[in-house]
Ligand binder design. Sequence first.
Ligand SMILES: [Zn+2]
Length: 333
Amino acid sequence: MSKSNSELNSILHSGYQHPTSRAWQSQGRNLTKSMFMYPLFITDDDDAEVELASMPGQKRWGVNKLEAFLAPLVQKGLESVILFGVPLKDPKDERGTLADDPQGPVIKAIRLLRRAFPSLYVATDVCLCEYTSHGHCGILFEDGTINNEPSIARLAQVAVSYAKAGAHCVAPSDMMDGRVKAIKQALLKEGLAGRTTLMAYSAKFASSLYGPFRDAVDSAPSFGNRKCYQLPPAARGLARRAVLRDVDEGADIIMVKPTLPYLDIVTEARDLAPNHPLACYQVSGEFAMIHAGAKAGVYDLRTMAEETAISMVRAGATLILSYFTPEFLDWLD
Ligand SMILES: [Zn+2]
């Protein structure tokens, strides 16, 4: 039995069920520690601590290393993280079975973080590309095109598994049609809707800034590209429609990704969804670009990182997913 969107829109608790998500509902314009969500790559070698060559200072972590790494950051005021799974050992299949493997890195990390850091808000990216043999974000027809219905059913299943494991927030980044509604309905059915934030990657563009991330999570598609589901860079109209659709389907937080070349879209999203927290993802390529410029002597790293973060807040963002989060915890002291 499918529920109507108006019933899904009636769920408000999911956006303020935690002290951190409550703070995101206030719409200040200064940089604060609470605004920064730190993306973490979790791999299936429990003892891993692997430097990522294209992302200075960032690592792929095994669950056994997380507590020691995060404890000082939580001490400095880290309030939220978002987890990306990086399975490297087990064979991947066409429907991304590894995504919600109970012994997989994401579910193990959710459990560990909830236990080790009771105040930390734990979000999980929800997508299939890190887990599928073909590296696409959904399930495919034989001709290699996206088969949308089983894709959103599978994404909903994965989101429910993360929520059951204790995630405060599930964040679909796949860009399949109707996945926000499918996930909300599945959470509702499982009695999890009120305690699980749904942060939608709503306006996610097909950008050249994702390269370092794909290396980090080993998720480059084995054929083709993602241009049939991620938005074309010039598509302001599609971005607007995607934001409005995700609001209508019950998203608690709207996201724009990447950030710097899309600040106008951040402002559009602010205007289209004035009653929602607005997230933006300063993606791996933006992070690498800021580092590369600083290394080349074009600008000072901290000054530039702060300038970009401020530009996001000025454009309307209230939440910033950034690899600079550990630095900002120091800089904002
Ligand atoms: Zn994906």
